[in-house]
Design a protein around this ligand. Structure first.
Ligand code: SAM
Length: 331
């Protein structure tokens, strides 16, 4: 099998696919309140086009495809896409990232169609605060979605909490207890200075070290380091002794985890993005629609991977990823 190896000897096996740039939430660090997604149906990739691109990537060594957005569950007939991706032989892992607002009635069908696991965004367990952060979100619905995902057998399930000093940092312990109670995993994410958060995110920065101190105080001698070298992705993770829960910390700001990056991103409009923190991209949609042969498109993908940047530039004061782009890329 062909392999996608970039100039920094990283093997690309993971494609994140944004299936829509629409979202039913307006998290204030992600998109502006009045953000309107002007994208038309014809601009975004059809399910056949997404499946075609995923098949080409799978022939180049990609085995994992995450569905994200915007909010992926907003896209009509998403089950059809999951089924199509599940039929691609080399793809053996199809997780979804969702805010879970629409998940409860769909969880078991998604699992049956091929979604084996999910990351669910939840930044507060206080209904009013949750509503404020998401600008209108419904915490009850999200918790129902989480419980339905547990009941469906999706595994592992990870909660994603963006920790913001002075906004929700007082809920770190409550969130861990919530995850322990439901026997699911939790990951704390440092606010990244991209999207609507922009450089202001650094004002709310809550560091990995601070989160860890809080964890050690809350669960004395119960944190067992599971991946000290961070070879399996961006999250440093710890198992909580005596529970079924692991805690991860995604510290894109405190730490640069780019040396183990194994992923690229496909936007809803079919742009291939090589790095979350940089704007290099190439339109695979235009190549597909201009009738290029599979081998030509695969060559373009291989060339693009040869230009994957060594690392993001979150630490630079000038970051090119604005709100509109973040919305399109899907985190
Ligand atoms: N709607 C889905 C969801 O809520 O998970 C998928 C898209 S959302 C953009 C993916 C993840 O990106 C969410 O966990 C969100 O909290 C995170 N995110 C968005 N902007 C961020 C920022 N500036 N810093 C850190 N995380 C961010």
């Amino acid at each position: 099998m062909n392999q996608l190896i970039d100039p920094f000897n990283r093997s690309i096996t993971y494609l994140r696919v944004s299936v829509t740039d629409h979202c039913n939430y307006r998290c204030h660090y992600c998109r502006d309140e009045d953000h309107i997604t002007g994208t038309t149906q014809n601009e975004i990739l059809s399910y056949e086009e997404i499946a075609k691109i995923v098949r080409l990537f799978s022939q180049l060594g990609v085995t994992k495809v995450r569905l994200t957005g915007g909010e992926p569950l907003l896209r009509k007939n998403i089950l059809n896409l999951v089924t199509m991706l599940g039929e691609i032989p080399a793809i053996n892992d199809i997780p979804i990232s969702t805010n879970a607002h629409l998940l409860a009635p769909m969880a078991s069908q998604l699992k049956a169609a091929g979604i084996n696991r999910a990351n669910i965004s939840i930044d507060s367990l206080k209904p009013d605060r949750f509503k404020q952060i998401t600008r209108g979100g419904d915490l009850d619905k999200v918790i129902q979605g989480i419980d339905a995902a547990i009941a469906s057998g999706m595994h592992p399930l990870k909660l994603n909490m963006v920790v913001m000093r002075g906004v929700n940092d007082d809920e770190i312990e409550a969130m861990v207890d919530f995850a322990i109670g439901r026997k699911i995993d939790i990951r704390f994410i440092e606010t990244m200075p991209i999207g609507a958060a922009g450089i202001d995110a650094l004002d709310h920065h809550y560091s990995e070290a601070d989160i860890l101190n809080r964890m050690h105080a809350h669960l004395p001698e119960r944190l067992i380091v599971t991946n000290p070298t961070q070879t399996s992705g961006p999250a440093k993770s710890y198992l909580i002794n005596g529970s079924k829960t692991s805690v991860g910390i995604i510290s894109a700001v405190s730490n640069n985890f780019c040396s183990s990056c194994n992923r690229v991103r496909l936007t809803a409009k079919g742009r291939l993005i090589l790095c979350l923190g940089q704007e290099n991209s190439i339109s695979l949609r235009d190549l597909l629609r201009s009738g290029k042969h599979d081998d030509e498109i695969k060559s373009v993908i291989i060339n693009a991977i040869n230009n994957k940047p060594e690392k993001h530039e979150f630490d630079s004061a000038i970051n090119n990823i604005d709100s509109a782009q973040m919305v399109e890329i899907g985190g």
